[in-house]
Design a binder for this molecule. Sequence first.
Ligand SMILES: NC(=O)c1ccc[n+]([C@@H]2O[C@H](COP(=O)([O-])OP(=O)(O)OC[C@H]3O[C@@H](n4cnc5c(N)ncnc54)[C@H](OP(=O)(O)O)[C@@H]3O)[C@@H](O)[C@H]2O)c1
Length: 447
Amino acid sequence: MRIPTLETKSLLLRPLSVDDAQNAYDRWTSDPDVSRYMMYCTHQSIEETNEWLKYVDINSDVAYDFAVCVKDEDNYLCGSCGVYYIEEDQVFEVGYNIAKDHWRKGYGTEIMQALVKFLINDLHQTAIKGRYEIHNEVSGHVMKKCGFEYVYDEDDYKFDGVTKHECHVLRYNVKGQKKQFELYNGVSFDPVAYGTYKAEPGSVTKALKAGYRYFDTASFYKNEEMVGSELKASGIPREELFIASKIWPDEFGYKETFEAFERSISKLQTDHLDLYLIHWPIAEGDKQWRSRVVDTWNAMSELYKAGKIRAIGVSNFLPHHMKVILDNCEIKPMVDQLELHIGYMQQYAVDFCRANDIHVQAWSPLGRGRLKEDPVITKMANKYLVSPEKLMLRFLNQNDISILPKSNDLARMSDNLDIFGFTIDDYDMSFLLSLPQLGYSGEHPDI
Ligand SMILES: NC(=O)c1ccc[n+]([C@@H]2O[C@H](COP(=O)([O-])OP(=O)(O)OC[C@H]3O[C@@H](n4cnc5c(N)ncnc54)[C@H](OP(=O)(O)O)[C@@H]3O)[C@@H](O)[C@H]2O)c1
């Protein structure tokens, strides 16, 4: 692609040319403050700058270099900027350099905003890398102001290839579109729910603040009162919320299911549920589980038909459990909530659900912290410039699986919602899907 000229409020960013060498050399080398951080400023002669300008391959599809010119000063060249493809990370990096006499005029922010726009609109990038030397707080401030977020630290070398400097690496988060999921009965819902198991008091309030509207609870969690009272106290209209609860095997039975449902909605301070699930197919050692599941499901179906529940489903049902309902009951489950995360994808159960038009949902999508340090996940997360947690959640989302991450921390809650700004490519999706078993909880409905 031919390098365009970009215009900002005060600047023209035009293609950098070899003719700019003398100006660039004079300005960059004369600035000891910049040269502390910038690799180009270690040039010892005009020849070196000339070489550099040739070396950066000014107009290619891997490096787009711009001269930064001030519109009000007859297009005076006051710096350079560019975007460069980093083969190793498979991502474009942005950078800029302004001569000291033009600092503190907001040019850094204008440049970064223009480059980000260029990368998104013209080069169609979804992830952008930025880096600043850890002591160069001004650069860090500019990047954060432009929407970059800190990801990790790495060492970099100046142009001499020897002088090392420590950098903070940041990522620009291209806000992607989150797609709602839809069940076979037409009920739609957010792809990311707030999982409430072991959530501390106050967490639901924080989750609402972070933007969650779908809450997953269960009678087994013994927190329906807490969830209900925090949702009520928020004043958010009931129709904007999606509330899911679950019935535990010790509540199974036709009559007992109506009672369990009433207990749950009363604690949750609501007159209906958006989703009600059979939490677990079998109470330990129960030889009668099949008839008890059928009785329970038939009662849930009645509540569904009466409009007390908008969708009904199951959890931890493997195909042989699901067949009990499919073979004996009128209504097919709409959801199966299973332990699913990188390293434990239960593909046989997922495929079975898909073949029956049953939506698949992931519990413990982060492996409840067991996958945190995994080097394969960390390495790939670095490639996409995201945290391992975002990679884990996005992976499930791209597999059309809704997710229920739990956190007690507002910043982490927000992070877990913000997973749509990058796309894992097909090769990496296939690689992650085929990893050997990792982080399994050990919880199996038949064992
Ligand atoms: N149907 C079932 O049988 C079943 C079983 C288990 C769970 N569930 C549902 O699934 C939900 C989630 O599962 P889960 O709670 O087992 O595990 P999870 O969501 O996979 O992991 C939760 C753990 O990850 C941490 N965490 C969350 N976000 C993070 C982030 N961005 N960065 C770093 N750490 C982060 C949390 O710590 P902090 O809180 O300190 O952030 C917590 O320790 C449950 O709450 C529940 O609603 C259903």
